[in-house]
Design a protein around this ligand. Structure first.
Ligand SMILES: NC(=O)c1ccc[n+]([C@@H]2O[C@H](COP(=O)([O-])OP(=O)(O)OC[C@H]3O[C@@H](n4cnc5c(N)ncnc54)[C@H](OP(=O)(O)O)[C@@H]3O)[C@@H](O)[C@H]2O)c1
Length: 263
């Protein structure tokens, strides 16, 4: 990647993306810049990742061909006020939840090329999901290059605007729900005498393996479950218990709770 890339905000998600870019060799660290208000923390991250720290969002924007909005959603309008005059002729990518093409459009000066991308935390290890909103204003070739670049962080898929909410809920919130299940299975292992560290090791590899088996074979998850349940065997007793305790309904309800957004 020849262009310079600037991160507005250098928190968890920006670090995951910047580290992924550098680790994959797709971008050399000197092409990366970042701005965040707490400059000490920014400099520490700059030493670790290798990007150039900037003193303000406008300094960052002026020195970046592609800017990635990585601050919290409620900070975006304030940041845009500072940088919008510098945006025409540049590409602005944004990973902020809920800030899609239509929401940005009235706030961006004409000549700004825009793309909303929804990442998730497994992007930190290159196992993420990167959802690209179908509505965008990047140039076609530029977008392909950017999709290829984000491919170093995991699976890249495009979704129509109206499905970005549910897509981001499944892939963005899903890791927390799977983590809860992993914690619960590890508790069961500990109850029966396995040490805590080994329990987490066994459970995470089991989840990783189950996911990879499904992804590689493309088999229906129900078929894979059937293949573990021998007739009259023991796994089916656990399946019965999960059904009795409403696992499927609980998963559906978790996603619906996020989509409703009620407190
Ligand atoms: N974490 C996820 O799983 C996830 C998934 C998908 C999308 N996202 C999106 O990613 C974005 C960042 O989330 P995060 O989890 O990385 O949050 P985070 O760790 O809290 O990072 C937020 C960053 O924004 C910086 N910041 C604060 N005020 C700013 C300002 N006025 N101008 C520029 N930067 C400012 C913070 O700097 P200081 O540290 O110096 O205060 C920090 O570096 C959010 O919009 C979120 O919706 C996150």
């Amino acid at each position: 990647m020849k262009q310079t890339i600037g991160f507005i905000g250098m928190g968890n998600m920006a670090q995951a993306i910047a580290e992924g870019f550098v680790r994959s060799g797709m971008v050399s660290p000197e092409k990366l810049r970042a701005y965040a208000p707490h400059q000490d923390k920014l400099r520490q991250n700059a030493e670790r990742i290798g990007f150039i720290p900037c003193a303000s969002a406008s300094e960052l924007t002026a020195s970046s061909d592609i800017c990635i909005m990585c601050c919290k959603p409620y900070q975006i309008e304030e940041v845009l006020k500072e940088i919008s005059a510098l945006l025409p002729g540049r590409a602005l990518l944004s990973v902020a939840a809920g800030w899609d093409f239509d929401r940005y459009r009235p706030l961006l000066p004409s000549g700004t090329r825009f793309q909303f991308i929804m990442p998730n935390t497994p992007a930190m290890t290159g196992d993420g999901v990167l959802l690209f909103e179908a509505a965008h204003s990047l140039e076609a070739e530029e977008r392909m290059q950017i999709m290829e670049l984000f491919g170093c962080l995991g699976l890249v898929r495009e979704l129509p605007s109206h499905l970005m909410g549910i897509g981001g809920t499944i892939t963005g919130c899903g890791p927390a729900f799977v983590d809860m299940m992993m914690e619960a299975f590890a508790d069961a292992a500990v109850k029966y005498g396995i040490s805590r560290p080994l329990a987490y090791e066994l459970v995470s590899q089991m989840v990783l393996g189950s996911a990879r088996l499904q992804a590689v074979t493309g088999k229906h998850p129900g078929q894979l479950k059937d293949e573990v349940c021998s007739p009259g065997g023991t796994t089916i007793l656990g399946v019965e218990a999960l059904e009795k305790h409403g696992l499927r309904a609980a998963c559906l309800e978790a996603i619906q709770a996020v989509m409703r957004g009620e407190r």
